[in-house]
Design a protein around this ligand. Structure first.
Ligand SMILES: *Cc1c(COP(=O)(O)O)cnc(C)c1O
Length: 246
């Protein structure tokens, strides 16, 4: 059995290899460790090994973990990568550093209104339903520009970029297509004057394809923490933005 530290190192090595293979700088991609369903102790081990950014899908589970790891709060960045319902926006605005799956203006407006004045603006990625999206969530590409400009104008948010969860595909070439599409949408928003710097794309199974197409943040769970318990945690949050397990 490998330790979390060992698996983390293997993932970082694999990421560096992919970056070199596709001609990108070694520091071009942030590794987000997806710790959903994992105990706080697993996050503590990863943090002790130098990992700083953690992704969670279920709000209540994440809040419990953030509290259990309060002593590390200043060093860690907590990213909500799962779907967010409007009745949870306040606790999310108060506790997280990033929210990745925003696909409606109403949710963004609530997050902006509820972000405490003492905290820096909340970092936001818009989830886009690119071709082959496995779920129904995510804004349609045709509606993305209007949503992006509206979110960018909200005072207590900082629009950082786009995220997607493409349908699993078997080979590298097929995996690259939806990532290429997200990058194209990203570039066109940048050309319209939005200062974006984050393309949140790539998971354990399609990390190389995402790196090839310009990802700046890969979300890796199982490759770092091992397989998840197939049962979702006892919480009212459903992982409805993600049909691939957990
Ligand atoms: C669970 C999850 C991941 C991590 O998936 P792995 O296959 O474990 O790497 C990434 N992104 C989202 C949105 C997820 O829900």
């Amino acid at each position: 059995m490998q330790t979390i530290e060992e698996r983390l190192q293997l993932v970082k090595d694999r990421l560096l290899q992919a970056l070199a293979r596709f001609g990108r700088p070694a520091d071009a991609v942030t590794l987000l460790a997806v710790s959903k369903t994992q105990p706080a102790q697993a996050v503590r081990e990863a943090a002790a090994a130098g990992q700083r950014a953690f992704g969670e899908n279920y709000v209540q589970e994440a809040l419990d973990k953030i509290q259990a790891l309060a002593d590390l709060r200043a060093q860690l960045a907590w990213h909500l990568i799962g779907p967010l319902q409007s009745n949870k926006t306040r606790v999310v605005a108060e506790s997280f550093d990033w929210v990745h799956a925003v696909d409606r203006l109403k949710i963004a407006q609530r997050l902006s209104e509820q972000r405490p004045a003492a905290l820096p603006p909340l970092n936001i990625c818009l989830q886009v339903n690119v071709s082959g999206e496995a779920s129904k969530s995510g804004v349609a590409p045709a509606e993305l520009p209007a949503l992006a400009h509206a979110v960018a104008a909200l005072p207590r948010l900082r629009l950082r970029g786009l995220m997607s969860i493409p349908e699993p595909a078997a080979d590298l070439e097929a995996q690259r297509l939806p990532h290429r599409e997200l990058k194209r949408l990203f570039d066109s928003l940048c050309a319209q004057g939005l200062a974006l710097d984050t393309l949140s794309m790539g998971m354990s199974a399609d990390m190389d394809a995402a790196v090839a197409e310009g990802s700046t943040l890969v979300r890796i769970g199982t490759a770092i923490f091992g397989a998840r318990d197939p049962k979702p945690p006892a919480t009212t949050d459903r992982p409805c933005g993600w049909s691939g397990g957990a």
